[in-house]
Design a binder for this molecule. Structure first.
Ligand code: ADP
Ligand code: MG
Length: 233
């Protein structure tokens, strides 16, 4: 059994079905990429996993445990972190204050160590710990959003289009950090449309209109080239 398994997920808004029977899995310490055109249901699927949208049908399993009806707060405590598309930072607060907001479930005696861990991954955040979040560059804001998620004890990190609106050089830096996190055993579900993302992924799914239309290992060159041609910028 895989670490994360989605089995027959159907979900949507009101009566409108957006996700139409998705099966997907991720192993521990793997980067799994989800690509697909706008409106194909990628963000909706992420929200189902973290409990923000209860599925109409199907199950979300973590280590075999069914979490498809579990509340979002409990899911966060289980070590599942979601960085949404618009980042949702506390714009008026400093970098450090934002990080502390991500640490509400962290015990006091662990706090310093956790902060040091994320500062080590993103040294720029340490340099700018007193800066107001709203004045950071797009790339720094994205780093802060990821760092805030990582202050908790994360086992599964779900990132919704983290490379959107950030400079090309910063994208490489960000993807490099994702590789480090993966190597430390964290599972990463990466929703992204950049060709670079396929280079770091261990497995990829392509979605269209609420369904998975292709999946495979990026080592498979044919698959990789098709993914790039069809879905990526
Ligand atoms: N809050 C919402 N209420 C109603 N429909 C929504 C909502 N969010 C997204 N949708 C619809 O669900 C579909 C999938 O959207 P989304 O999951 O955001 O796709 P993607 O992330 O792949 O661009 C779209 O048709 C979108 O209009
Ligand atoms: Mg989206």
């Amino acid at each position: 059994m895989s670490y994360l398994e989605l089995v027959g997920i159907e979900a949507g808004y009101g009566k409108i079905k957006v996700i139409k029977g998705v099966n997907l899995s991720a192993e521990r310490g793997e980067i799994v990429l989800i690509v697909g055109p706008n409106g194909s249901g990628k963000s909706t699927l992420a929200k189902v996993i973290v409990g923000l949208i209860p599925p109409f049908k199907g199950d979300v399993l973590i280590d075999g445990e069914n979490i498809s009806r579990v509340k979002p707060e409990k899911i966060v405590k289980m070590g599942i972190a979601f960085v949404p598309e618009r980042r949702h930072l506390f714009w008026e607060m400093s970098v450090k204050e934002n990080l502390l907001m991500g640490a509400i479930f962290v015990k006091d005696y662990e706090l310093e160590e956790r902060l040091e861990k994320v500062y080590h991954l993103f040294p720029v955040l340490k340099e700018r710990s007193r800066q107001i979040a709203g004045t950071l560059s797009g790339g720094e804001q994205q780093m802060l959003a990821i760092a805030r998620a990582l202050v908790g004890n994360v086992r599964l990190l779900i990132l919704d289009e983290p490379c959107n609106g950030i400079a090309v050089g910063v994208i490489d830096k960000l993807l490099e950090v994702l590789l480090q996190l993966r190597d430390s055993g964290i599972t990463i579900l990466l929703i992204d449309q950049n060709a670079e993302a396929v280079e770091i992924a261990d497995y990829a799914y392509a979605m269209r209109t609420g369904k998975v239309i292709a999946e495979g290992k990026p080592e498979d060159i044919f698959f990789k080239e098709n993914m790039k041609k069809l879905f990526l910028t």
